[in-house]
Design a protein around this ligand. Sequence first.
Ligand code: ASP
Length: 438
Amino acid sequence: MKVKVVKFGGSSLADAEHFRQVASIVKADSARRYVVPSAPGKRFKDDTKITDMLYTCYEMVRKHENIDEYYSKICDRYNGIIKELGLDFDISGELDYVKRSMQQHSGRDYAASRGEYLNGLILAKYLKYDFIDAENVIFFKENGTFDEEKTNEVLGRELLQHKQAVIPGFYGVMPNGTIKTFSRGGSDITGSIVARAAEADLYENWTDVSGFMMADPRIIEAPASIETITYSELRELSYMGATVLHEDAIFPVRYAGIPINIKNTNSPADRGTMIVAEASDYDAEKVITGIAGKKGFSVISIEKDMMNSEIGFGRKVLEVLEDHEISFEHLPSGIDTMSIVVNSSSLDGIRDKIISSINRAVRPDSISIEDGLALIAIVGRGMVKARGTAARVFDAISNAYVNIRMIDQGSSERSIIVGIEEHDFNKALKAIYDEFVK
Ligand code: ASP
């Protein structure tokens, strides 16, 4: 029998109507045995997510403010869902307990995690699935990092005891028994962890869009969607700012070779995006899979005659960055020049120190820092086989009268990265999109 792990995001569980949709999706396929919910999200644009309300409660308690009225709004949302679903379930004891624990300063992560916990209780009741508290099966280590091995073993064993179960997302437990959450959006990670432990055939991640778009819809109007993407391509695009799935959610399933399907709760028949280890069914027409970009980069440019023959030059420069805990993004170099692209924010307050340390380390002829660089990554497994892709990228950009400041093509030939002035960002992105997709 196939096993699918299904994760539903906050917008998919924002109200009773969405709970009904979720239940019909789960019940439509008996393989959907393990369900990971987020906390209720926004019902409308200016609504507040339950998670954010819980963080607010935590802050109020910290400032010794009374949370009675504010917390009652959280209770109203959960009670409203239960009532509208017609569930015979009294959650008031749980709600009181959570409130009291928060008032007794049980921590920021504890407060935030209760959004998923309470939602999980309701969803389990509604689906008639067992409830497995993440606190008993998702473990963190003393240093706060996720304990992969212990979790996989304990959770794997636990899942075998349940034909069907709901496991709330976002949190787990520290060795001392306190609750710890992943970073925001972390229910995606829980879903991936559960999929690995269940040795699932598929991890379905249900959200409010029909998968990934080839480019940011805020810049490109109604961009095409991505049908199939590999884990590595997704890493490149997410790093460059494409968001839908939490970055860290890829690792557990990638390790186990389980594909992820991004699906739309509001439009379940849509195919969505499949994320796979290798795309064998790759469509030869498609040279690129997606385009993404980010602003806010700076270039440190260093010049020195005969740099090319000076052994250890690069190492000494990079050592300066390392000493200041700066990671670099790209390192395009010429014979007598070396440029280092870094996140501008990493230079805050230490620009002069960096320049003087590099001066001391390698005595360059000149050194400068220039801000205002944007990077665009053109990503696609199809590039390896398609001759002339770089030429098409550069042509498209130059035809849009945009000047390219930097070029970097990884040896994997999976991506081409161009650096341009920030003010040219939208123009360049559109030009590339039009060249390859339109
Ligand atoms: N509810 C948490 C958040 O808002 C986790 C999640 O939804 O994945 O970040």
